[in-house]
Design a protein around this ligand. Structure first.
Ligand SMILES: Nc1nc2c(ncn2[C@@H]2O[C@H](COP(=O)(O)OP(=O)(O)OP(=O)(O)O)[C@@H](O)[C@H]2O)c(=O)[nH]1
Ligand SMILES: [Mg+2]
Length: 231
């Protein structure tokens, strides 16, 4: 609960047994209702570790970041009452969950419906973002500013959006296009947004996307394709 608003958190997780409990432990518990971990076919102890740390654990068998997030939203849609605000957070402990109040502030104070945690250079641990990821984010946000007239600086995973905004956006992407789809559609549907600078550190465990050639190429391709598709 933050200012009488119900906040739920969705955490997509694929083989993150080393980090998922650290993430859950650092979430300011007084501010939120459910912590929903969407386990994406993990072959390690992710689900058990997350459950032991106090999360609601769902299983999504279709591989993909978006598929996992959509599973979490299905669950929240069935809650009574539904949340007022949904927060997304990665399971790899790159983000700082204790920065949740910063992410929520623009929504609580009525300044925005969607808030993106921007991983600014001055708050980034060395090596926490790959050069191709930094370039990809720059390119994607620049293309979005040309095509849709809103200048984000990042496609960061740590973000919050009102339930109303999320339902209006009607998220569809089932893998790497998830973050950019939310931002593109927010611009197109004129949903108010804000960015707040957040800290970012090197992940625990094994990289699935930006630290692998295959992941980087697939994600880069999907992100650019998603921007052009909605243009
Ligand atoms: N790649 C991938 N990640 C998933 C999937 N489902 C959930 N995730 C989670 O999505 C988050 C982001 O994946 P990461 O591997 O951290 O990708 P990244 O942040 O681009 O790159 P690194 O942090 O450098 O590895 C993590 O919490 C993953 O556990 C999936 O199907 N594929
Ligand atoms: Mg990561």
């Amino acid at each position: 609960m933050m200012n009488n608003r119900i906040v739920d958190i969705v955490i997509p997780a694929y083989n993150e047994q080393q980090s998922v409990a650290l993430v859950i432990n650092d979430i300011p518990k007084g501010l939120i209702r459910h912590i929903v971990v969407c386990d994406n076919n993990s072959t390690d102890l992710t689900a058990q570790v997350a459950r032991d740390a106090g999360a609601v654990v769902l299983r999504e068998t279709e591989q993909g970041y978006g598929a996992a997030c959509l599973r979490g939203l299905d669950f929240l849609r069935k809650q009574d009452p539904q949340p007022d605000i949904v927060v997304f957070l990665d399971a790899d402990y790159s983000d700082y969950p204790e920065e949740l109040p910063l992410i929520l502030e623009p929504i609580i104070s009525g300044k925005a419906e969607m808030v993106i945690g921007a991983r600014v250079a001055r708050f980034r641990e060395k090596g926490s973002m790959m050069p191709q990821q930094i370039f990809g984010n720059w390119l994607a946000t620049w293309m979005m500013s040309i095509l849709f007239g809103g200048r984000f600086t990042d496609l960061g995973p740590f973000r919050a959006i009102t339930w109303r905004g999320l339902e209006e956006i009607e998220m569809k992407d089932r893998n790497f296009g998830w973050t950019v789809e939310m931002q593109v559609k927010a611009l197109k549907k004129k949903i108010s947004w804000a960015e707040v600078p957040v800290h970012y550190r090197c992940r625990k465990g094994v990289s699935k996307v930006s630290g692998t050639v295959r992941g980087s190429v697939m994600a880069g391709y999907k992100i650019i394709f998603t921007i052009l598709r909605y243009a």
